[in-house]
Design a binder for this molecule. Structure first.
Ligand code: NDP
Length: 284
């Protein structure tokens, strides 16, 4: 399979994004160039990184070494929680571009809203991202971990709608309110930790569906996401799993399969990451 077989999702700003990408959270910085190089060999062309993952340099190294034409790649990074002040955000974006070795970034996200910090002013931070788009060095601006009220506020106060909201979504945590609020604004959902870092793979229901299709639990879970229209970028440092996670566009789940997986939602109890309303981590 080649990158040509990955569907793209149109975003409201006229750009589009490959629906399947490769995430590099928790890929050690020293292994990142090699891991991303393997992902490119498998066929991934969309990479999701962040300043806080401390591995943008490895992503940049792999991009440079790959020889893949720039317009065939889709690269996302995210603003560190340390840099929400507007001047800091502008500097951090410049640094991200330099570290990745790119002239233009496809997508930049506010990583967390941090309503408890910076006087709760994520609106000024959002304005900086919109300026970067106007300036041409950023193609698309989005957010991550924004709850419905955070989305409403930035849209009301700036009139500019993020193209995506990257939030925790997997069978144990459907995050339906944040998904629905995103959709109401015309924002596409990116589902982070799409296999709940492996926690959903031993589920009996998912296991049965996987057996019925002759697929793995990870493939079935990722397929469930894409049939819901969400964008995913599973992480793995192992080539065989990269291949497994890539092969999800040549089978289809039935409406009954989809419903059975959606019914695994445990609400708040299924959340594996922090609650965005309370999260206030700032790196040193
Ligand atoms: P995932 O749900 O992608 O799961 C990754 C884990 O599952 C790793 O431990 C990996 O192990 C294992 N794994 C991967 N594929 C398989 C498979 N086929 N079978 C069995 N195990 C497998 O978790 P992530 O948290 O990494 O989420 C994906 C991406 O989402 C991140 O990399 C990041 O880009 C983004 N993200 C964004 C956040 C945000 O706040 N915006 C927060 C968290 C994630 P191994 O590597 O050993 O194969």
């Amino acid at each position: 399979m080649t990158s040509q077989s990955i569907p793209t999702i149109p975003l409201h700003d006229g750009t589009s994004i490959p629906q399947l990408g490769f995430g590099v959270f928790q890929v050690p910085p020293e292994d990142t160039a090699e891991t991303v190089t393997k992902a490119f060999e498998v066929g991934y062309r969309h990479i999701d990184t962040a300043e806080m993952y401390e591995n943008e340099a490895g992503v940049g190294e792999a991009i440079k070494a790959s020889g893949i034409p720039r317009d065939e790649l889709y690269v996302t990074s995210k603003l560190s929680n340390a840099w929400h002040e507007p001047d800091d955000a502008r500097r951090a974006f410049d640094e991200t571009l330099t570290t990745l070795g790119l002239d233009q970034l496809d997508l930049f996200l506010i990583h967390w809203p941090l309503p408890m910090l910076y006087d709760g002013d994520y609106v000024s931070t959002w304005k900086v991202l919109t300026e970067l788009v106007a300036d041409g060095r950023l193609r698309s601006a989005g957010v991550s971990n924004f709850e419905p009220d955070h989305l409403d506020r930035i849209v009301e106060e700036t009139g500019i709608v993020p193209v995506v909201n990257q939030i925790e979504v997997h069978p144990f945590f459907g995050n339906e309110e944040a998904r629905a609020a995103s959709h109401e604004h015309g924002i596409k959902v990116e589902a982070w930790s799409p296999i709940a870092q492996g926690a959903v793979l031993d589920d009996e229901v998912i296991g049965k569906i996987a057996a019925a299709h002759g697929r793995t639990p990870s493939q079935v879970t990722l397929r469930w996401h894409v049939q819901r229209g969400d964008i995913v970028f599973p992480k793995s440092v192992r080539e065989e799993r990269m291949r497994e996670n890539f092969a999800i566009f040549d089978f289809e789940l039935t409406p009954e399969d989809m419903e059975a997986i959606t019914a695994l939602d445990k609400g708040e109890d299924g959340r594996t990451g922090p609650n965005p309303d309370a999260f206030d981590y700032v790196p040193d």
